[in-house]
Design a protein around this ligand. Structure first.
Ligand code: GTP
Ligand code: MG
Length: 162
């Protein structure tokens, strides 16, 4: 099951963009399977962004992510969800969510994307999305405890996928 980990960064929460951002994934047709509001401890932020440890901006990034609460959620593509005892093949929620989010630098992000519409600087780019299905799994494991995800039957499914 391909799922993506989406985090609304502290600037998104402070600016009152939580509803707007979650809404974009919902309206796309992705299915929300986990949701939390959380003050991120330093150690977890460092683990989450460990691939960027050697970058000069790493300390600033950790300060940013721990500067206030974040909202994090998991989205799945309906065709990838397991429920009613069925499992469907299908991929795409991770890459598609990255497209909805837009380029890392909001000034380069296309209009219509979250960063393109709602942000102006890389250091305040309002939202994170997993960059691969494997990283999606890793991040979900990092931020969610077992039993916190919800597999639920989406009544709209027949109107979203054939
Ligand atoms: P995420 O979804 O947050 O992982 O962003 P990304 O995948 O588009 O970019 P990347 O993983 O390369 O960088 C992670 C985050 O570090 C970015 O989203 C920015 O918040 C921050 N970042 C990246 N490059 C810079 C930089 O040059 N300066 C600053 N201040 N922050 C940066
Ligand atoms: Mg990244």
């Amino acid at each position: 099951v391909e799922q993506t980990y989406i985090m609304i960064k502290p600037d998104g929460v402070q600016r009152g963009l939580v509803g707007e951002i979650i809404s974009r994934f919902e309206r796309k047709g992705f299915k929300l399977t986990g949701l939390k509001l959380f003050q991120c401890p330093k150690e977890l932020a460092e683990e989450h962004y460990k691939d960027l440890q050697s970058k000069p901006f790493f300390p600033k990034l950790i300060d940013y992510i721990t500067s206030g609460p974040v909202v994090f959620c998991i989205f799945a593509n309906l065709v990838n969800c397991i429920y009613f005892g069925k499992a469907w093949e299908g991929v795409g929620v991770v890459a598609s969510a990255r497209k909805l989010i837009g380029a890392t630098n909001p000034l380069n992000a296309e209009p219509g994307t979250i960063r393109g519409d709602l942000a102006v600087q890389t250091g305040r780019n309002v939202v994170h999305g997993s960059d691969s299905p494997d990283n999606g799994k890793r991040e979900i494991g990092l931020w969610f405890n077992e039993g916190e995800l919800c597999a639920w039957a989406a009544a709209l499914e027949p109107w979203l996928v054939e």
